[in-house]
Design a protein around this ligand. Structure first.
Ligand code: NIG
Length: 386
C-alpha cells in the first residue's frame, strides 16, 4: 500500500456535507481510497507528496448515463439534423445493425477507446447501457463486454422494437428470456418510455419484471415530448429518470417528492435541437439533479462532462457549484454509489480515490473558460491515469 499527499490545493470541492469546499487544502490517498481531506496545515504525512500549485481539485466526474456498446457511424444523420431534419429514434436501428455485425473484439476496443477518452477528461465512474443488440445473444454479449470496462451496466433491451417483430412479442421477449439471461450480468434495467419506443403500460411491465429479478430501475423519459416517463419512474421508485427535457408541473412536483434523481443530458438536447431542461424549476422545487453526457453515436456523441457542466451554467441557470455537484455527487446518487466505503462523487475518508485536478484556480473556470480543456491530472482508484 502506498500513500500520497496532494498538497497546494487552491480550492478543494469535496461534496462532503461536513467538509464542504476548502481553500488551501490537502488530500491523502492511500491505495485505492481517500485516507484524509482537510486544511493543508493539518495534513498527515504520506509516502509521496505532490504539489498541485494552487489548482482546483474535485471528485472525478460520475457519468451516470452513456450508451458506449456500439459500432458504426452516424455522422450523416447528425449532418442532416443540423440541416433541419428532426431527431427520431429511427437512427437507433442503424447502430443496431452495425453493432450486431461487429466482432466482440471490435466492440470491446470501441468501448475502451471511449472509456479512455472520458477518463482523460476527468471521468472516473461510468455507467453504460446495452440496447444496440436487441436479441438475447446480442444483448448478453454487450452486457458481458461492458462489465469488463465500466462500473455499472444497465440492460436496455427495451430501447426500441426491432424491425423484424411486433411490440407485443418483443416486450414478452424482454420480460422473459432476455431478463432471465441478462439479470445476472447487470445491476440496472432501463426502458425508453417515449412515443416511437415503449408506452407506459409496456414500460411498466418490463420494469416490474426487472424488479422481480432484483435489478434497480432507470427510465428514459420525457425526452422528445411530455409523457408518462417521469410519473412511471417515481411511482416505481426508479433510481433515476433521464432526459427530463419536456416536464410538466406535476412531473417536477413528483420528482421533488421522490428519491428519483432527475438526470439531465444537455449535450443530447443541443445535439438534437431540443430545448434545454428546466434545471432551475427542478432545483428550486427540491429535486435531486444529475448531469450526464449520454455519450452515444446518435443523439449525443460527446464524452465531455465539462461540456455538460459549462452548458448547465451558461444556459440552464445552474450555479457552478450546483452543476459540479450534479456531475459528481448527483451522478453518484443516480447510481446509488454516493455513500459508504468506496463512495464515488465525493472526497472524504473512505471514498474511492477518484480525483480530478483542474488547470485552474477554481471550478468557476469550467464556465468562465468554456471549451478550454482544463483537466490537469486524474487519479482513478488511486492510480494516476493522466
Ligand atoms: O438517450 N433515447 C434513447 N436512447 C438514446 C439515443 C440513442 C441513439 O440515438 O442511438 C438517447 O438519446
Amino acid at each position: 500500500m502506498t500513500s500520497t499527499v496532494i498538497t497546494g490545493i487552491g480550492e478543494l470541492t469535496t461534496q462532503d456535507e461536513e467538509l464542504g469546499k476548502l481553500s488551501d487544502a490537502a488530500l491523502v490517498l492511500d491505495d485505492d481510497r481517500v485516507a484524509w481531506a482537510g486544511p493543508a496545515g493539518q495534513a498527515p504525512e504520506a509516502d509521496n507528496r505532490i504539489d498541485v500549485e494552487g489548482r482546483a481539485v474535485l471528485p472525478g466526474w460520475v457519468d451516470s448515463h452513456t450508451h458506449l456498446l456500439f459500432a458504426g457511424d452516424r455522422t450523416a444523420e447528425f449532418a442532416s439534423r443540423m440541416a433541419g431534419e428532426p431527431y427520431g429514434a429511427g437512427g437507433i436501428a442503424v447502430t443496431v445493425g452495425a453493432t450486431r455485425a461487429a466482432t466482440d473484439e471490435e466492440l470491446a476496443a470501441n468501448l475502451r477507446r471511449h472509456v479512455n477518452e472520458a477518463r482523460a477528461q476527468g471521468t472516473t465512474c461510468l455507467e453504460t447501457k446495452t440496447g444496440y443488440g436487441l436479441t438475447v445473444a446480442d444483448e448478453l454479449r454487450a452486457a458481458e463486454i461492458a462489465a469488463a470496462e465500466v462500473d455499472e451496466v444497465t440492460f436496455l433491451g427495451a430501447h426500441v422494437v426491432p424491425g423484424d417483430t411486433d411490440a407485443g412479442s418483443y416486450v414478452d421477449l424482454v420480460r422473459g428470456r432476455m431478463l432471465e439471461e441478462l439479470a445476472p450480468h447487470v445491476s440496472w434495467c432501463d426502458v425508453f418510455c417515449e412515443q416511437g419506443a415503449f408506452d407506459a403500460e409496456q414500460s411498466e411491465r418490463v420494469l416490474r419484471t426487472a424488479l422481480r429479478h432484483g435489478l434497480g430501475l432507470r427510465v428514459h423519459g420525457n425526452q422528445l415530448a411530455p409523457g408518462p416517463g417521469v410519473r412511471l419512474a417515481t411511482k416505481l421508485g426508479a433510481a433515476s429518470v433521464d432526459h427530463c427535457t419536456h416536464l410538466e408541473e406535476p412531473d417536477v412536483a413528483a420528482l421533488a417528492e421522490s428519491d428519483t434523481v432527475a438526470t439531465l443530458l444537455p449535450a443530447c438536447d443541443l445535439s438534437t435541437r431540443q430545448p434545454l431542461p428546466e434545471a432551475r424549476a427542478l432545483l428550486d422545487a427540491g429535486a435531486t439533479v444529475a448531469l450526464a453526457s449520454n455519450c452515444n453515436p446518435g443523439s449525443s456523441y460527446t464524452s465531455s462532462m465539462a461540456f455538460c457542466v459549462t452548458t448547465a451554467v451558461l444556459q440552464m441557470r445552474m450555479s457552478v457549484d450546483e452543476a459540479v455537484r450534479a456531475a459528481t455527487w448527483g451522478g453518484a446518487r443516480a447510481l446509488r454509489r454516493e455513500q459508504g466505503d468506496g463512495a464515488v462523487g465525493v472526497l472524504r475518508a473512505g471514498a474511492r480515490a477518484d480525483v480530478h485536478v483542474l488547470d485552474a484556480p477554481s471550478t468557476t473556470w469550467l464556465a468562465y473558460r468554456p471549451g478550454v480543456p482544463l483537466t490537469h491530472s486524474v487519479w482513478s482508484r488511486g492510480v494516476r491515469v493522466r
